[in-house]
Write a protein that binds this ligand. Sequence first.
Ligand SMILES: C[S@@+](CC[C@H](N)C(=O)[O-])C[C@H]1O[C@@H](n2cnc3c(N)ncnc32)[C@H](O)[C@@H]1O
Length: 287
Amino acid sequence: MNIIKAHNLACPIDGAQLESHEKQLICKNGHVFDIARQGYVNLLPVQHKRTKHPGDSKVMVLARTHFLNSGIYEAIANKLNELVHSQIKDAKEICFLDAGCGEGYYFDALLNYLSEKKGTHNLSFVGLDISKEAIVQASKRNKQISWVVGTNRKPPVAEKSIDIILCLFGFLSVPGFKKVLKPGGKIIVVDPGPEHLKELRKIIYPEIKKPDQAGFLQTEKTGFSLIYSKALQFKVNITNNEQINNLLIMTPHFYRASKQGREVACNLQQLDLTVDVLFSVLEKNLD
Ligand SMILES: C[S@@+](CC[C@H](N)C(=O)[O-])C[C@H]1O[C@@H](n2cnc3c(N)ncnc32)[C@H](O)[C@@H]1O
């Protein structure tokens, strides 16, 4: 499989195609976006921001990088890679969008996995996140991916140009994704299952609630069909205080936890954890 440059980036202001001119991307109506020295492009205009620094902070991003680089969640990446491979059919060119890609661990792993597979496909990769800090970090992982600061609500790519969207532990914007997917295109969603990190949650919350379960299961109304759904469960033993802290910081639990619970968790030296994630594939219905 060949990795090709993504040619489907679109102006976030008027939706026109973006052309590359040296260190800038420019649309036919004259909107100009600089390519940063790290190689990413910021396609999040001020009017699309709800806060000054939207998305994950630098501290969260670095914690996630350290945690994921340790390989504790490698089984999730492996399962994702196999699932994506099984969903690639006959199209000659396949364009991926990782919507809410964070610091790029899973997308980088997917690119490496697919580029080792023999096949006649040309693949292009767009990694999108609303956090500039996440995209700066992702730019260090892989130079073959087009890393973009932008929002899932309005992904800055051409309409009907994407074959597969990944949405891992992120914000599923069904209308935004529907617009940019080709007919028959797919969203691969990875979300926490009911048992996910239950041992940690027992420590940090006075009472544990089940995570919100996939609202997207009512997809009939949204123009998508659920064609695959399977849980992946495994146990991990974290024997390192720093990694327990990284895990806490990289998740929303850090902000939601009680003060007391957070203190207990931050001082743990080891933790046996259940990882429980649900993989789903939603297929966009034909027009
Ligand atoms: C829990 S993290 C998951 C990151 C990555 N998918 C992973 O699994 O490692 C959620 C990510 O979604 C991003 N995010 C939040 N709202 C977003 C939006 N509206 N558009 C794009 N990204 C968003 C955050 O900045 C963060 O990087």
